[in-house]
Design a protein around this ligand. Structure first.
Ligand code: PPS
Length: 322
């Protein structure tokens, strides 16, 4: 099914909320793509064909997730394990060593750059697909694209990279995504309206459940590892061991402890290579977004209870049941 464009003057409530509340300077509109009507910025269409046809390598390590499921945490874990504990190399900013395939489609700077000559974008921001195509092996690739929009070679199984999917409960994901969209993507509305967009499948990479379920049903494939944020919280050493086994690495207990410490929330929050403070600062400096906050925010399971009332919780639970 071809993309469905979201008209700026649409009367549909979801479209109207999106157009009113989520149209920062780097976004010119949205489209819904494919049978699940995955919401993506209009700029994605400039990259869709290149992503579909990109050359995947069997040696790649991919982290796939719905936004805010624990992607960064899982990326850092997988990178350190697969790179044999190269903590010196881990000082390089994560987006450089573990780039985000769909980064560029999210941020269309084409109209902004001529007016902001001081804004220098590295290639992994200005053209994330080219950056990844040119990387040396083993490549590490992050994506929020759902299964059906991954490169053809992955979907058809002609290439079998190692894929780690990480999932998180919907309510915490929604709260985390709300803060993220305010500080990094220019959402300007209330939390209530944000929840309407989340439940209505009208945020980038939504709808949520098909995203998760399409990997859940593939969780037993040998090149796919399905992780949960809640398990990383509950027993990080166990997840480290499981991930190492999946990546074909033997770890001793000392290494497991060392990595668990490196991956603790406190350490990640103060680690400039992974905490995205630099990106937030750039947005502020160039007035691309205005809200304050941190990427490493709460790091908790059940944080939603602090912001969702009983009715909203019940609505999320009904929707999940469906
Ligand atoms: S993104 O933008 O989609 O890549 O975001 P993502 O990395 O998936 O999710 C960010 C949330 O993960 C939390 N996080 C952690 N929690 C616990 N321990 C560690 N080490 C850790 N690292 C990242 C981060 O705080 C975001 O969750 P919230 O609930 O907003 O705090």
């Amino acid at each position: 099914m071809g993309p469905q464009f979201i008209p700026a003057d649409s009367n549909d409530e979801q479209d109207r909320l999106l157009n009113e509340l989520f149209m920062p300077p780097f976004r010119k509109g949205y489209v819904r793509v494919g049978p699940n009507k995955v919401l993506l910025p209009l700029y994605y269409l400039d990259y869709a064909g290149r992503i579909e046809d990109m050359e995947v390598r069997d040696s790649d390590v991919w982290i796939v997730s719905h936004p805010k499921a624990g992607t960064t945490w899982t990326q850092e874990m997988a990178w350190v394990i697969n790179q044999d504990f190269d903590f010196e190399g881990a000082k390089v900013p994560l987006p450089e060593r573990f780039p985000f395939l769909d980064h560029t489609p999210l941020f269309d700077y084409t109209d902004i750059l001529p007016n902001l000559p001081e804004l220098q974008l590295p290639l992994f921001v200005s053209d994330s697909v080219t950056y990844i195509n040119e990387m040396k092996s083993p490549r590490y690739i992050k994506t929020h694209l759902p299964w059906e929009l991954l490169p053809k070679q992955i979907r058809e199984g002609t290439k079998k990279p190692k894929i780690i999917y990480v999932a998180r409960n919907a309510k915490d994901t929604c709260v985390s995504y709300y803060h993220h969209c305010k500080i990094l993507e220019g959402y300007s509305g209330s939390f209530d309206n944000y929840c309407k967009l989340f439940l209505g499948g009208s945020l980038c990479f939504a709808p949520f459940w098909p995203h998760v379920l399409n990997f859940w049903k593939r969780r037993d494939e040998p090149n796919i590892l399905f992780l949960k944020y809640e398990d990383l919280k509950k027993d990080l050493p166990a997840v480290i061991r499981k991930t190492a086994a999946f990546l074909g690495k033997d770890l001793n207990e000392e290494q497991v402890d060392l990595l668990a410490e490196h991956l603790s929330f406190a350490r990640m929050k103060s680690n400039p290579a992974v905490n995205y403070e630099a990106a937030i600062e750039i947005n502020r400096r160039f007035n691309l977004t205005t809200a304050d906050g941190h990427f490493m925010r709460s790091g908790q399971v059940g944080n939603y209870k602090e912001v969702m009332g009983p009715e909203l919780i019940a609505e999320f639970d009904r929707w999940t049941q469906e």
